[in-house]
Design a protein around this ligand. Structure first.
Ligand code: ADP
Ligand code: ZN
Length: 498
């Protein structure tokens, strides 16, 4: 029998590889660097676990989340595989135990939090093990955390750049669920991967049904309807801790036993929420984006966002927690036009405070602008009339056909021509040169249209269509672009769905 399949059967009892696993494992076994972009649930952990078992050596795994590491160590132990995990939260006894097992040649997997590499103890240890040729590979999980362009940048990950020189000759394998081309390039560059084998799987998920709609002022009914109409577990994302608490309370008041999760809760409350989410038949969890990375529950039937997500890439990762079992699942966003402004200001407030202004580095400024840009793109997807999946995937550099399942594919809305109103708006802007959005809107006549469509809405359409330029500092300063000036000279039809 094929030796790889036979190890897969012996150690895991599985009969086939999932897409991409075999080629990544083969690369690692032939001591090549590798970058694997596999969707959530795609089976990334096997890509670095199996080489350790086949070669009877140690694989070091860098992972950003303690819960995720502990969970994997538990699973490995249940398969009789020796593994330990080293993070700052270990008490003295556990730490001593863990250090003890590091001395054993039978150890197969060592999970390390990235900050462990800040000190010399583990750096020396890794370097010694590498010298003794005991390390089969070093795996960097959630590798997109190294890139400032990604949706989950972690400064600790920057230290990983010197793993290459710390452990020369040891193959590095970087893994991530979604990584836009720019982020992939960053991973390869910052980790110093050499001629890496690259496997990028499609992020397309044929069982997810996206819909994005305006959040009504009183959204409770809408949320309850979505929850009761869905199967399995329900994951609800709110932007702030306060919103998480408020929504949990409101849901409980109408008889839905929701639990909350955010970084402000103490660790036992968080653990309780996590256990509840993993262990009960149809849990409803309300959480901030702190929840979710590595949470492995297959039958999540609904992922609902109560605000506009901050980036398309982050949204793909969060919505991707739905339907890991392959059965149909729903991903719903309830957004309001004010969301981007609020979120934009929150980002801006950090760098824009007068007492900090002089401390903001050019890199920070660039990151802030890129964050504003991502936010604008997310808004364009939510307010736009294109297939949700197609436009989400486009934002991470993947081209696919319209999905046929999302709200837009099923009903693209009724289109009408907005060029007449655009002309009024662009003329007003032209006479003023550059203007904040609210000052512009003040000068315009009342727009006589259906209730939801306002001048602000039309401004956003025109920004997305490239007729207006909007500042990236969160202040929403507007000016005409060249194509806006061309439009004034000779207007063309602008068909937008109302
Ligand atoms: P990821 O980290 O990519 O989200 P995991 O490594 O957690 O994915 O794997 C997802 C699920 O698929 C896990 O429950 C794992 O046990 C299972 N799995 C992984 N590889 C295989 C395989 N070859 N055959 C069957 N199940 C697999
Ligand atoms: Zn679609």
């Amino acid at each position: 029998m094929d030796p790889l399949i036979s190890s897969l059967r012996t150690h895991y009892g599985w009969r086939f590889f999932k897409e991409g696993q075999r080629s990544v494992i083969e690369a690692v076994l032939s001591r090549k660097d590798a970058l694997a972009v596999l969707p959530t649930g795609g089976g990334k952990s096997l890509c670095y676990q199996l080489p350790a078992l086949i070669q009877g050596g140690l694989v070091v795994v860098i992972s950003p989340l303690v819960a995720l590491m502990e969970d994997q160590v538990r699973q490995l132990h249940s398969r009789g595989i020796e593994a330990v995990c080293l993070h700052a939260g270990l008490d003295a006894a556990c730490l001593a135990d863990a250090l003890q097992s590091l001395q054993k040649d039978s150890l197969r997997l060592l999970y390390l939090a990235p900050e462990r590499l800040n000190g010399n103890t583990f750096r020396t240890l890794l370097s010694r093990k590498a010298n003794e040729k005991k390390i089969v590979a070093i795996a960097i999980d959630e590798a997109h955390c190294i890139s400032a362009w990604g949706h989950d940048f972690r400064p600790d990950y920057r230290r990983l750049g010197d793993l290459r020189s710390l452990c020369p000759g040891v193959p590095l394998v970087a893994l991530s669920a979604t990584a836009a081309p720019k982020v992939r390039a960053d991973i390869i560059r910052l980790l110093n991967l050499r001629n890496p084998f690259v496997h990028v799987a499609s992020a397309r998920r044929s069982n997810l049904h996206y819909s994005m709609k305006r959040r009504p002022k009183e959204a409770l009914d809408e949320v309850v309807k979505s929850i009761t109409g869905s199967r399995g577990a329900v994951l609800i994302y709110a932007r702030t801790r306060r919103a998480v608490e408020r929504w949990t309370k409101s849901l409980r008041e109408v008889g839905i036993p929701a639990l909350q999760y955010h970084a402000g809760l103490d660790s036992s409350a968080r653990q309780h929420a996590l256990n509840h989410f993993l262990g009960t038949p149809s849990p409803v969890l309300v959480a901030t984006s702190a929840f979710g990375m590595g949470v492995d529950r297959a039958d999540v039937g609904l992922v609902l966002h109560l605000d506009l997500p901050a980036t398309p890439e982050g949204y793909l990762q969060q919505s991707g927690r739905a339907g890991r079992d392959g059965l149909p699942a729903k991903c719903v966003i309830l957004f309001s036009p004010g969301d981007r402004v609020k979120l934009g200001w929150a980002m801006h407030a950090y760098c824009g405070r007068d007492d900090r202004a002089s401390l903001v580095t050019p890199q920070e400024k660039e990151r802030l602008e890129s964050a504003q840009d991502q936010l604008r793109r997310m808004e364009a997807i939510a307010e736009g009339h294109l297939c949700r999946e197609q436009s989400l995937l486009l934002s991470i550099g993947e081209l696919v056909q319209p999905c046929g399942r999302c709200d837009r594919c099923k009903d693209s809305g009724s289109f009408r021509d907005w060029s007449e109103q655009a002309l009024i708006l662009l003329n007003a802007l032209h006479s003023k040169n550059s203007l904040e959005i609210y000052n512009l809107i003040k000068t315009l006549p009342t727009l006589e249209v259906e209730k939801d469509e306002t001048w602000g809405w039309l401004v956003r359409r025109l920004v997305q269509d490239g007729l207006i330029w909007e500042s990236s500092d969160g202040a929403q300063r507007l000016s005409l672009k060249d194509s806006g000036i061309r439009f004034l000279a000779k207007p063309w039809p602008l068909n937008y769905a109302a």
